[in-house]
Write a protein that binds this ligand. Structure first.
Ligand code: ATP
Ligand code: MG
Length: 478
């Protein structure tokens, strides 16, 4: 990946943090370098000036004292000068004298260039390294005595000071960089917070709460964003509601002519025996199609009611075991074996019984239609989740392919199993209604493979023990 692409992939927050950190690094490194160079210049220049002045003072002192000093006394004489720790060396008529205190020092250690220049009669100074440590040598000719005076100073202290300064400045630059990055992270976090609110609102809207809006902001930059976001959701909500109202109205309007047709058909069917074969067959076909149509319109009406938010749940509290047995007794399970896990039998649910009955009846109807009938209706426990319970309808049919498991819960989707049975069976609305009812209860529904082949349609619902109030939670979930 090219570096530019990698940079854009980092994410806004990381990029702002990196930019702040980098900016702080460049600034603090530049400041540190400038400070170091200025300090170095200042410290070395000051020291050099004082060293040279002192060497000249000592040379002029020599001019008055040397003529009266015996050659053997010269090391003591040199020691009596104030040299500030320098090693002093004197050359006179080709003989080299070193101060007693610097007797270890050899004149050869003075750089040759400097020696030659001073011996040729020109004063000079030179920086050099002696055994790795920085030194400054100053040479002053004293022509009246035929002598040449040298002082060699160690600059080790200054070098140490400068090293400490460099370390301190590098540390400061590092701290500044980190502080810069932290400020960048904090600032970008603050900047992105409104975006987080927008994302949150968008997710809530996507989850079905169309009335979600952002709170207005005083900030002129943000108020534009919140304003246009809220206007967009207003438009979206209005449009969705209009469409839902439309299909609700259409289904509603279709109901009465269908009822009239059905009544008329009943009359005709009552005297079907008297009809010849072909009209009787046609009448039966007409009857089947009409009932299918009525069933579809009823489903459509129910779905569009859910879309317009016109659904009212009439919740009642029931025990799981009792509910499942009631479902069986009401004919909803049509003689399918029922099993209730003893761990959940006493749990309680807040349900709209009519809807749950339709859910189970729909699943059993589908099993009968596509899978040769349901083999079991069960209430199961979920390990580790005592506040939920599963109602499971199992069959031994062809099962639902991985790629269809989401799709079959969509409206008008008819799957592979339906295709095998011919096109006239259903409208593909049953499972979407199931999903709608389950969602209204704060639950979940999905299909998975049954252990011995076939499918398991699982409806998971929130449950509670006797005395726990779960209704508020359920209402919050809606
Ligand atoms: N138990 C099952 N086994 C295999 N496939 C199934 C089963 N139940 C449903 N399906 C598949 O899921 C599809 C959607 O089912 P859904 O109940 O939503 O619609 P439908 O039964 O085709 O029509 P409707 O229920 O509106 O009369 C079906 O067409 C079928 O392909
Ligand atoms: Mg169906």
């Amino acid at each position: 990946m090219p570096p530019a692409d990698r940079w854009w992939r980092l994410g806004l927050r990381a990029r702002v943090t990196a930019t702040f950190g980098l900016g702080a690094l460049v600034l603090s490194a530049t400041m540190a370098c400038l400070t170091y160079l200025t300090a170095r210049q200042f410290i070395l220049h000051q020291r050099e000036t004082s060293i040279i002045r002192q060497a000249y003072d000592n040379a002029s002192l020599l001019r008055s004292t040397l003529p009266t000093t015996d050659a053997s006394q010269i090391p003591q004489l040199l020691d009596s000068f104030d040299t500030g720790g320098a090693r002093s060396v004197l050359e006179q008529n080709g003989v080299w004298h070193t101060a007693y205190s610097a007797s270890f020092f050899r004149q050869e250690q003075i750089p040759l260039g400097l020696r030659t220049m001073v011996l040729a009669g020109r004063p000079a100074e030179q920086h050099f390294l002696l055994n790795g440590s920085p030194e400054l040598a100053v040479g002053v000719p004293v022509p009246s005595l035929g002598a040449h005076y040298f002082e060699v100073f160690s600059l080790l202290e200054e070098a140490k000071t400068l090293r400490i300064l460099a370390l301190a400045l590098a540390g400061a630059a590092l701290v500044t960089t980190v502080v810069g990055a932290v400020i960048g992270r904090w600032a970008s976090g603050r900047l992105l917070r409104p975006l987080g609110a927008v994302a949150q609102a968008a997710e809530t809207i996507a989850g079905g709460r169309l009335d979600t809006r952002l709170t207005a902001s005083d900030d002129p930059d943000l108020s534009r964003l919140t304003g246009s976001f809220n206007r967009m959701t207003d438009a979206l909500q209005e449009r969705i509601e209009r469409e839902a109202r439309f299909s609700s109205d259409v289904s509603h309007e279709l109901r009465s002519p269908l009822t009239t047709l059905a009544t008329a058909l009943d009359v005709l069917e009552a005297s079907a025996e008297e009809l010849p074969d072909r009209p009787r067959q046609a009448l039966r076909l007409l009857g089947d199609e009409l009932r299918r149509f009525q069933h579809m319109v009823a489903d459509l009406l129910e779905i569009s009611r859910a879309d317009t938010g016109a659904t009212d749940l009439s919740l009642e509290e029931v025990e799981v075991g009792e509910l499942v047995h009631q479902l069986a007794a009401s004919g909803g399970t049509r003689g399918v074996p029922v099993r209730v896990d003893p761990r959940v039998g006493e749990l309680r649910l807040w349900v709209d019984k009519r809807r749950i009955e339709r859910v189970v009846a729909n699943l059993i109807g589908n099993a009968a239609q596509y899978a040769g009938g349901a083999t079991e209706v069960a209430a199961e426990a979920i390990p580790g989740q005592p506040d939920r319970v599963r109602l499971v309808v199992t069959d031994r049919g062809p099962g639902v392919g991985e790629e269809e498991r989401q799709l079959i819960f969509e409206r008008f989707y008819r799957g592979a199993a339906a295709g095998r049975r011919g096109a006239t069976d259903g409208a593909g609305l049953g499972l979407s209604l199931v999903a709608e009812h389950v969602r209204l209860h704060g639950g979940d529904v999905w299909v998975e493979d049954a252990a011995g082949g076939g499918s398991r349609f699982v409806v998971e619902l929130p449950a509670h023990r006797r005395g726990d109030a779960t209704v508020p939670a359920l209402q919050a979930a809606r």
